[in-house]
Design a binder for this molecule. Structure first.
Ligand code: ZN
Length: 214
């Protein structure tokens, strides 16, 4: 079946990349995509938050409690000896948001993005600092990726489009499905579905369908 594309040039481009990723993962049409399967091809090793060494109980508590809203996860820029890169996902965000975060990391790899700056996550504070801090003992620090704005936008958008492809989304919207129902189908958050409905200019139709719904 022909895959429809969103109207704007930018979204078309993102959608084509996303469809390429879905193709590669062997899913089509309305099938949900499993980013964990794609992560392997991107040589991303997803590690459990609890497996991270060197985090103090205070840091752990902060990252999962008060500070849980301030990070979603990410990849370490320094590869392991076997070429794989570690990805850590925020367990406080739940599996749906984790899928979007991981998909973004996968998209960065497939789009060939290179980090333009280095951010430093120190062992004891996890405070992110710019790489200029030369006086610190670098062995105790982990380098985290930092991409430029355009790359961040593209990776997020392509990841979201791979999880919620336009063709299927439009069909669901026209069939009068609610965002939370669509979200359940694709195993993503309702917020991600609403974001996709908006950026692909389906919001009017979605709202229109909601008045005739049920
Ligand atoms: Zn990113």
């Amino acid at each position: 079946m022909l895959n429809l594309l969103p109207a704007s040039d930018k979204r078309k481009q993102f959608e084509l990349y996303a469809l390429g990723l879905r193709d590669f993962a062997g899913v089509n049409g309305e099938q949900p995509l499993d980013p964990f399967a794609l992560a392997e091809f991107a040589k991303l090793l997803v590690v459990d938050f609890d497996q991270i060494d060197g985090l103090s109980p205070e840091a752990r508590q902060h990252l999962l409690g008060e500070g849980a809203d301030q990070w979603s996860g990410g990849a370490c820029s320094r590869p392991l000896p076997n070429g794989w890169k570690l990805v850590i996902l925020n367990p406080a965000h739940g599996p749906q948001r984790n899928r979007a975060t991981l998909m973004e990391e996968v998209a960065h790899v497939f789009l060939g993005h290179k980090p333009n700056r280095l951010a430093i996550i120190s062992d004891d504070s996890i405070a992110t600092k710019r790489a200029a801090n030369k006086n610190k003992d670098s062995a105790k620090q982990t380098l985290a990726r930092d991409y430029n704005h355009d790359d961040e936008e593209a990776a997020y958008a392509v990841g979201a489009a791979a999880l919620i492809p336009y063709s299927a989304l439009r069909r669901f919207v026209r069939a009068g499905r609610r965002a939370d129902q669509i979200a359940r189908h694709f195993r993503v958050s309702r917020q991600l579905v609403e974001y996709r409905i908006k950026v692909t200019h389906l919001w009017q139709e979605y709202k229109g369908a909601s008045t005739t719904r049920r």
